[in-house]
Design a protein around this ligand. Structure first.
Ligand SMILES: *Cc1c(COP(=O)(O)O)cnc(C)c1O
Ligand SMILES: [Zn+2]
Length: 442
């Protein structure tokens, strides 16, 4: 089995060895794919092997990524694999969410239950394994928080130095805490994510530092396992639609690649539509599609869902490709819609971080506009854990969640409050039994 890197630009198609450290095409600066000459195999047999591995105790089989190694066959030496038993995340039926969005049934695949609390672990196990295969001594990334938390953990496991660049404001405290504890060198930069991204790219080009942002195609190989695992969990019954938040757009791009490969190899007979949901004021992909622009329409990103606060997403062309392959589309939701959807997900006993709630909010919007039929079989991917950003949640339930002011309100000196439609704040009571019973209505 041979793996190589290939430029995704149709009029270029340059290929390179899979041991190249390039993260864009040297000819045209296009994004790269890890590409395989898959050996023709029997999909039904491979499905049985995947199923059987769920009862195996070998390190590779315990991983919800490496268990599916036939579909990401770039690793030439399994002794170099760095795994913390990522993946293995549940699919939950969410009846309250279903009712809220207007669907008969809604499934949530909770990637927030990964070892470091986000789907970034699915990609980091393959990204850091590739760094290990290449013999890299230092890995780096720019991050809104979850990428750095995940990279820090995997680098620590591998004994590789981790350097992370984060914006000095607007990073969830849970995420920062993780990177510090896992021993990463943490550089806090003035400016936003897009600024951090630009600097880390320059530094990794000039020094022997391996870049592990989602522009790194090996990370996206691991994220394909989210789709593969989901389909295994559904006994290969293909849903009509998979809904995912869009930030840097690596994950949606990776979903597209997974679906296309599974289809081409005969694992599935139809493709689920990939629907990408962005935050209203961080919606460059939506703007680009609406404008039919051949170039990305960048925006100055503003949202409390910090994991998707990205105005210049690196992998946007892979997301466009995913939508083309699967007849998917992209939409956006407001801060208010995100906050309320998140509270409803919580009421199902599940919980997630704000960025993840764009999915449920987006499904609701698309059911209302009749783009989604109430009978559709829809899976929303919850990308991150509730505990990543506790401030947001507590503020919502205490009626004190403010979004960044619009330009107009800023001029007027007004704050923009988010209505706490489903508030469930703590109740202050005197330490007195009668008073407590009264409050409880007992
Ligand atoms: C990284 C992240 C996203 C955005 O994913 P992209 O691949 O950048 O589009 C969404 N939600 C959470 C919780 C994340 O950590
Ligand atoms: Zn190229």
């Amino acid at each position: 089995m041979s793996a190589y890197l290939k430029c995704i630009e149709k009029n270029c198609n340059k290929t390179m060895s899979s041991t190249s450290k390039a993260y864009v095409c040297p000819n045209c600066e296009g994004l790269l794919d890890v590409t395989y000459d898959f050996e023709i195999f029997d999909p039904e047999k491979i499905k049985q092997i995947f199923l059987k591995r769920r009862s195996s105790n070998s390190l590779l089989d315990l991983s919800g990524v490496w268990r599916y190694r036939e579909l990401l066959p770039f690793c030439t030496d399994f002794s170099k694999v760095v795994s913390i038993q990522e993946g293995n995340t549940p699919v939950y039926e969410a009846p309250r969410c279903a009712k809220y969005v207007g669907l008969k049934k809604l499934n949530l695949k909770h990637q927030g239950l990964n070892p470091t609390g986000s789907f970034k672990d699915n990609g980091m196990t393959t990204g850091v394994t590739q760094a290990n295969l290449l013999g890299s001594k230092i890995v780096a990334c720019a991050s809104t928080g979850n990428t750095s938390a995940s990279m820090a953990a995997y680098a620590a496991r591998a004994g590789i130095r981790a350097v992370i660049f984060i914006p000095d404001q607007q990073i969830g405290f849970g995420k920062l805490a993780q990177s510090l504890d896992y021993g990463a060198t943490t550089i806090q930069l003035e400016g936003d994510f897009d600024e951090s991204m630009r600097l880390v790219k320059e530094i990794t080009l000039e020094r022997d530092v391996y870049l592990l942002n989602s522009i790194n195609p090996f990370r996206l190989e691991g994220q394909k396992a989210i789709i593969i695992e989901l389909l295994c969990q559904q006994d290969w019954k293909v849903p009509d639609r998979i809904v995912v938040p869009g930030g840097n757009l690596g994950n949606s791009g990776s979903f597209g690649k997974a679906i296309k490969e599974l289809y081409d190899l005969g694992f599935i007979e139809k493709m689920p539509m990939v629907t990408i949901i962005q935050a209203q004021r961080a919606n460059p992909l939506y703007q680009t599609l609406i404008d039919r622009s051949p170039r990305l329409v960048k925006v100055e990103a503003q949202t409390l869902a910090t994991a998707i606060k990205i105005g210049n997403p690196v992998s946007w062309k892979k997301a466009v490709r995913a939508m083309e392959w699967t007849r998917g589309w992209c939409d956006f939701v407001s801060e208010q819609e995100i906050a309320d959807a998140k509270a409803i997900i919580g009421r199902d006993g599940i919980g997630c971080e704000p960025a993840s709630a764009t999915t449920v909010a987006g499904i609701r919007k698309l059911v209302q506009t009749k783009e989604i039929d109430p009978d559709e079989d829809v899976v929303a991917v919850l990308t991150g854990n509730l505990l990543k950003d506790p401030d947001y949640t507590v503020n919502y339930h205490q009626n004190s969640l403010y979004q960044e002011a619009t330009y107009r309100n800023e001029l007027l000196g007004k704050k923009d409050k988010i209505r706490s439609t489903f508030a469930n704040g703590p109740i202050k009571v005197r330490a007195d039994k009668e008073a407590i019973l009264k409050v409880l209505g007992l």
